[in-house]
Design a protein around this ligand. Structure first.
Ligand code: ATP
Ligand code: MG
Length: 393
């Protein structure tokens, strides 16, 4: 029954002169998401709106599901196109629309007609009145409410006439590619995939880095990270996932530094390597899944020590989130089930029983000097292990 979608976008409407850049990005992101669907579509701008016209048969649920992954889309309105065969026929089409879309008619409505084509022989207020009266007569359970209707039936007169009333919520945010690129530190946990989703929602493309420690972490743990990247790529677009072999660095830190500081020092080396990769790949910042106080390495004092290791901005979209809130998003974006698979994301031998919760930056820096003999070489070698996996959903 539906043959098109009208795409609503909120925030990009306010971007003044840049508006067309945002709209063009949105059009291209919509096309990209729709390539996952059966069917062919035309995505185009018209009169400050974006339309998706179906050019073939298509699967409604699949198409809506994919449109719901496009950041910048605030609402998706399924549209019925009818030929302009005169007002009498339009009235019949409107009645059949209302009948088909609303099985339960105990609802209030108003008709909102607009003439994009001004040569239509009837003016909008009269169309509203006559179509409204016809609906009331055909289906007496409907009631009119012009202020807060349950249903606003839009009747748009163009080449064809467009009927739509339903608005399916989109993900909101800004279209990808309108805000540069960032490097996500992606582990196999619950948090970092959600952090990647959140930053991408603000229009940021992402690449990702995973620190792998074979044989202490298994191939299955790495595969889990690849799977997670693939799941978020539905929203974030293509991701270059860098897999870095971190084993020798971890072992060296384990050998040379106090064990209660292992996590912090290890995290500082992750940030340094991530920053180098970010620089090489045109990323403007790092992204992690940290949230204040979640674990010892995420107290304010620990985060300050982590930040000190790199000069690039570190974005932590989950910083003020409770675990429950994060889990809720993970479930919504379908990463939760994969994140909780039991493959270790960091070998337990490297996790101290009583890690410091208030690390002192001076002390940490001082203990890092124990590494001076080999660490630069090990970091260099680790960077050379960089395995880039191109991920697309
Ligand atoms: P997550 O659920 O994202 O793994 P977490 O609560 O387990 O987070 P930590 O293990 O302390 O927290 O890691 C904090 C952040 O550091 C992660 O969110 C992620 O961004 C990054 N990180 C941790 N381990 C790795 C790793 N092996 N590879 C890449 N990034 C990592
Ligand atoms: Mg983790």
């Amino acid at each position: 029954m539906f043959s098109a979608f009208l795409i609503k976008y909120a925030e990009i409407g306010i971007k003044g002169k840049n508006r067309y850049l945002f709209e063009d990005a949105l059009v291209s992101d919509i096309k990209y998401a729709l390539r996952r669907c059966d069917g062919s579509f035309r995505v185009h701008k018209a009169d400050g709106r974006i339309y998706v016209d179906a050019l073939s048969e298509f699967d409604y649920d699949e198409t809506v599901g994919n449109l719901k992954t496009v950041f910048g889309v605030s609402g998706i309105c399924p549209v019925v196109h009818v030929e302009d065969l005169g007002f009498e026929q339009l009235t019949k089409d409107v009645l059949s629309y209302m009948d088909n879309v609303y099985a339960d008619k105990h609802k209030t409505f108003k008709v909102f007609a607009r003439r994009a084509r001004k040569n239509y022989p009837m003016q909008s207020p009269q169309m509203n009145e006559e179509l409204g009266a016809a609906i009331l007569e055909a289906f007496p359970d409907f009631r009119v409410d012009v202020h807060h209707p349950d249903i606003q039936l839009n009747v748009e007169v163009r080449e064809k006439i467009y009927l739509y009333s339903e608005v399916i919520p989109g993900p909101g945010g800004l279209p990808l590619g309108t805000n540069g690129k960032a490097m996500l530190l992606l582990s196999g946990g619950i948090d970092s995939p959600v952090a990647g989703y959140m930053i991408a929602k603000r229009g940021v493309h992402i690449d990702a880095v995973y620190f792998h420690a074979p044989p202490y972490t298994s191939e299955r743990a790495k595969q889990k990270v690849v799977d997670l990247a693939k799941l978020i790529a539905r929203y974030t677009g293509p991701i270059d996932l860098h897999v870095i072999n971190f084993t020798d660095i971890q072992l060296y830190i384990y050998e040379k530094c106090p064990h209660d500081e292992l996590t912090i020092i290890m995290r500082r080396y992750m940030m340094r390597i991530a920053e180098t990769l970010a620089g090489k790949n045109n990323c403007l910042g790092l992204v992690t899944g940290e949230s204040i106080g979640q674990v010892a390495s995420q107290t304010m004092a620990s985060l300050a020590c982590t930040d000190d290791a790199c000069s690039m901005p570190v974005y932590r979209p989950l910083i003020g989130f409770d675990k429950n809130d994060i889990v809720e998003i993970a479930e919504k974006i379908n990463t939760y089930e994969t994140s909780i698979l039991p493959f270790e994301d960091c070998c337990t031998i490297f996790v101290a029983k009583h890690p410091v919760t208030k690390p002192n930056l001076k002390v940490i820096r001082d203990h890092e000097t124990n590494l001076k003999e080999k660490i630069d070489m090990l970091v260099q070698t680790a960077l050379e292990t960089d395995e880039v996996i191109h991920i697309e959903a």
